[in-house]
Design a protein around this ligand. Structure first.
Ligand code: FES
Length: 222
């Protein structure tokens, strides 16, 4: 399809516009590995992770079946109340994780939002926060696997680090603000007030905004 002229999509370079690639549409209309309600009982013993999005209130559940000898994820199912972008990106994530016999747990933990984005041919910037939901639920499911198999030392909890000691704003708060579309210091401050009490943290805040902007939206947005 010609991505320059179709009415509802545009090139990735014009990243502020509503871009839905053919791949996104395909995964939205034909989601892979979706968990229907009648399948849930059969996955009672699978490891499960559940997360919600502070940006929109939607939630995501991911179930994984792991081969204990190879640590490969041989099966992955998911459910969400999220939007079309969340459905398409989680469907693609499930396909990537289970292809070629399944990723190992270590490799799956390193899966980045850009890996999913690249295979999808991009998403509108305002929809990037939807795409990380599946990814976060996957990491929660991996932790659940280690919990169920008594490998507690391998559980990784993503703690926030305090960046603004006066207002107790963490790097996770800044990450969520960037994911929600705040990509300048002013926009992040409008959401979090970071640095308004003690401006000495602002250089670090600016560095984090650059880091998350590049992580979620790519170098062209930095
Ligand atoms: S998942 Fe909530 S807006 Fe996309």
């Amino acid at each position: 399809m010609d991505t320059q002229t179709s009415p509802d999509i545009t090139s990735r370079d014009r990243a502020q516009s509503w871009f839905y690639s053919d791949e996104v549409k395909d995964h939205f209309f034909h989601p892979r590995n979706f968990m229907t309600d009648d399948m849930v009982a059969a996955y009672r013993d699978a490891s499960m992770g559940m997360v919600g999005s502070p940006a929109c209130g939607d939630m995501m559940k991911v179930w994984i079946v792991v081969d204990p000898n190879t640590t490969q994820i041989t099966d992955l199912k998911w459910q969400t109340f999220g939007c079309a972008s969340a459905i398409a990106s989680t469907s693609m994530m499930s396909a990537i994780v289970t292809e070629n016999g399944g990723m190992t747990l270590d490799r799956a933990r390193q899966l980045r939002p850009q890996d999913i984005m690249e295979r999808l041919g991009g998403l509108p910037n305002r929809k990037i926060h939807c795409s990380v939901l599946g990814d976060k639920a996957l990491r929660a499911a991996i932790n659940d696997f280690y919990r169920r198999t008594n490998q507690h030392e391998k559980i990784e909890i993503e703690h926030g680090r305090i960046i603004d000691p006066v207002l107790k704003v963490t790097d996770k708060d800044i990450e969520e603000a960037v994911l929600d579309g705040a990509i300048t210091l002013e926009a992040v401050q409008a959401k979090t007030k970071v640095g308004t009490g003690d401006p000495s943290c602002i250089p670090e805040v600016e560095q984090l905004i650059r880091f998350y902007r590049e992580k979620f939206f790519g170098a062209d947005q930095a």
